[in-house]
Structures are given as structure tokens and as C-alpha cells.
Design a protein around this ligand. Structure first.
Ligand SMILES: Cc1cc2nc3c(=O)[nH]c(=O)nc-3n(C[C@H](O)[C@H](O)[C@H](O)COP(=O)(O)O)c2cc1C
Length: 261
């Protein structure tokens, strides 16, 4: 699928073909996409634990349930537990100097090994790595950027996916030997969509002019209608929901899965 269409087709999918496993190859593509995402300091923030629903016992499954994550857990065959490793600042000077060696960070922009060793690490990045709020902010942000790639890689491969609140991290930690330094972020459910991939249409979003600005914050971004038309053709902007038959689709799926209608 073309990039613009992947972005436009992604929806949070909540009805999965519970009986159809996800190929390991497709999960690998998602993990690689996450690993290729941009990341500050080239640090290894994200950690992922991939688990098959059917390898979990009922007690564990029930521990993961919460008011916003319910039937989804029974329907999705694959779970990815996303974390960030709070130890990510370790090795930062070495990684930055590696980028200097590889001509990624260049003298033209003020970079050198001495700049990293004598100033950037001791004066800026090391003190930052000792502030828990900063560690958590960067850990959550960078892992979110990586997860976004994994979401889009799932859609590109015809899969459905949705992020969910990470309930009961202590249960998962105990069961799967999760290291103490891993901080839970989100659970990503993955499977083949049982609902249409468009899931009733694109979600309501405010126009760019209400969210983004140009020059100063009193000047809303003015959309170029030609670009908007182009994005409609490309599939980034799609039909808004609900499709006329969406209520019926949900009713029929609920009936099929024995869920409340
Ligand atoms: C970080 C994150 C956490 C989410 N957590 C939940 C959740 O716990 N349960 C749920 O049903 N949906 C969850 N969602 C899905 C959102 O509710 C969904 O994004 C929203 O309905 C907008 O629709 P879209 O993702 O299809 O564009 C989450 C989404 C994100 C990005």
C-alpha cells in the first residue's frame, strides 16, 4: 500500500478474526518498523514482548481487562506489550560519537567527539538523565514514535490493530520475567480485522486550521484545497464515518461473537 493510503486507512480495530493467527513474519515487519523509527540520542528506548493470546491462561487474560479493554482481548490473537527501558541513557556518549565517526553528526553543525565528551554529555544529557520526569517523558515519547511505525506497518500488511491501556503490568512482569528497568507503556492488539478495515469510516478530526498555525499562533494554517483534493485521491483523507451500514455491521459482528448488541 502507498504511504498516504496506509496513514489514511489506519483505524483502531476492535473486532478481529479471533480464529486467524497472525504470521510471525508480519510481526517481524512491525518490530523492524518500530526499530527504524527516529529516536533522540540514537538511544534504544522501546522494548516489546510479543505474546499469543492462546498461550495465556484465563486468569492472566482477565487481569488485563479494564473498562476500555474488554472483548478486544478475546478477539485479537496477538498481543505486543510495549515498554521503554529506563536504562536508555546508558551508552549515550558512545552512541553519539559513533554517529560522529559515521559522518552523521558533522563538524559543520558543531559536532565532534570532544563536544560530546567535554560538554554535551556531562553538562546537558547526563544531568537530564537524572531527572525522572525527563526520563519518563522521553521514554514515553520515543516509544510512542516507534509504536506509530508498528501500527502503520500492521495496516500496510492487511492487519488490524489497536493500542490499549496496559493493565496489570505486575502480572505480566512476574509471568514473563520482565526486567525491572522496563516501564510499561501500551498494549498493542494485532489480528486480521473482522470488521471492514475502514471500520465504519474515518474518525472525526478537526480541520488543520483549528490545530496548526503558521508564523504565529494567531494565524491558523490555511489549507490549500488542491493539496486536500490530492490527499483524498491518495487515500490519506477518506470518507468520514459512520457509513450508512455501520450500525448493522456492528450488530452482526456482535451477534457472531456473542457480544452485547
Ligand atoms: C495511546 C493510545 C491508547 C489507546 N487506548 C485505548 C484503549 O485502552 N481502549 C480502546 O478501546 N482504544 C484505545 N485507543 C484507541 C483510541 O480510542 C482511538 O484511537 C480513537 O478511537 C480514534 O480512532 P482511530 O485510532 O481509529 O483513529 C488508544 C489509542 C492510543 C493512540
Amino acid at each position: 500500500m502507498e504511504f498516504n493510503r496506509v496513514v489514511g486507512t489506519r483505524r483502531s480495530i476492535r473486532f478481529f478474526k479471533s480464529w486467524k493467527p497472525v504470521e510471525r513474519e508480519k510481526i517481524q515487519v512491525m518490530l523492524e518498523a518500530a526499530n527504524r523509527a527516529s529516536r533522540s540520542m540514537n538511544a534504544d528506548y522501546p522494548r516489546a514482548l510479543v505474546v499469543n493470546r492462546d498461550d495465556l491462561d484465563k486468569k492472566t487474560l482477565d487481569a488485563l481487562r479494564n473498562p476500555t479493554t474488554t472483548a478486544d482481548l478475546d478477539l485479537a490473537p496477538t498481543y505486543i506489550f510495549w515498554y521503554f527501558d529506563m536504562n536508555y541513557p546508558q551508552g549515550t556518549p558512545e552512541r553519539l560519537k559513533e554517529l560522529v565517526e559515521k559522518h552523521v553528526l558533522t563538524p559543520s553543525h558543531g559536532w565532534s567527539k570532544a563536544y560530546v565528551d567535554d560538554f554535551l554529555w556531562p553538562q546537558i544529557l547526563k544531568p537530564l538523565s537524572q531527572i525522572p520526569e525527563a526520563v519518563n517523558f522521553m521514554g514515553g515519547t520515543e516509544t510512542g514514535i516507534a509504536i506509530c511505525n508498528a501500527l502503520n506497518a500492521a495496516v500496510d500488511q492487511g492487519l488490524g490493530t489497536c493500542l490499549h491501556a496496559f493493565t496489570a503490568p505486575a502480572v505480566i512482569k512476574e509471568l514473563f520475567n520482565v526486567p525491572d528497568s522496563w516501564y510499561p507503556v501500551w498494549i498493542q492488539l494485532v489480528g486480521y480485522p473482522a470488521e471492514e478495515p475502514e471500520a465504519g469510516g474515518q474518525r472525526p478530526r478537526k480541520p488543520l486550521s483549528e490545530l496548526f498555525f503558521e508564523g504565529n499562533c494567531d494565524t491558523p494554517w490555511k489549507e490549500d484545497p488542491k493539496v486536500t483534493e490530492y490527499l483524498k485521491k491518495e487515500g490519506m483523507i477518506q470518507e468520514p464515518g459512520p457509513f450508512p451500514y455501520r450500525a448493522q455491521e456492528v450488530r452482526m459482528l456482535s451477534r457472531m461473537f456473542g457480544l452485547p448488541e
